[in-house]
Design a protein around this ligand. Structure first.
Ligand SMILES: C[S@@+](CC[C@H](N)C(=O)[O-])C[C@H]1O[C@@H](n2cnc3c(N)ncnc32)[C@H](O)[C@@H]1O
Length: 154
């Protein structure tokens, strides 16, 4: 499993737990993780744009998660556009690095770009689910999009 935007680390710890002792969870973030990770988890401090400078760019994954979020500006349209850009990069990497039939989950700030992102996910996965967890505040613009079963590639 690959966890993009993994700091401070709670998703990565959970990903390691559900991957089991024979599975592995890999994380990447521009910020360092300062908590102790389980034995089957490892993280790299790097920008997603430079993933190929780490060993993560050559591994094949069953699942790619992205909780990457931009620094917020306070302007919802600007933040949504920045979030969309990060999500597009996450989707591109997921398409490159997932095994055939692999799954993708991505958090995005809803804005006018959301429909385009949904279409982009739809065109690469068999099934798409849009999901807002109960724990997410109603006023929050964040929403999760899940792509199940990557349709193309290796
Ligand atoms: C909401 S936090 C993630 C929280 C994480 N899922 C957890 O469970 O602890 C969003 C993260 O996205 C990271 N991020 C933002 N832009 C990034 C980029 N270009 N490359 C890698 N990570 C990025 C931030 O540094 C931040 O740690």
């Amino acid at each position: 499993m690959l966890d993009l935007g993994c700091a401070p680390g709670s998703w990565l710890i959970y990903a390691a737990k559900i991957s089991g002792i024979n599975g592995k969870a890999y994380g990447l973030d521009i910020n360092e993780i300062n908590i102790k990770l389980p034995k089957n988890a490892v993280s790299y401090k790097e920008n997603i744009l430079n993933i190929n400078k780490t060993p993560l760019g050559i591994i094949k994954y069953n699942v790619v998660l992205s909780d990457m979020a931009p620094l917020t500006s306070g302007r919802k349209d600007v933040d949504a556009a920045r979030s969309f850009k990060l999500c597009e990069i996450a989707l591109e990497k997921a398409c490159d690095l997932l095994v055939l039939n692999g799954n993708f989950l991505c958090k995005i700030f809803q804005g006018k770009e959301f429909k385009q992102f949904e279409l982009n996910v739809k065109s690469n996965f068999k099934k798409t689910i849009i999901f807002k967890p109960k724990s997410s505040r109603k006023s929050s613009k964040e929403i999760f999009i899940i792509g199940l079963g990557k349709t193309r590639g290796n």
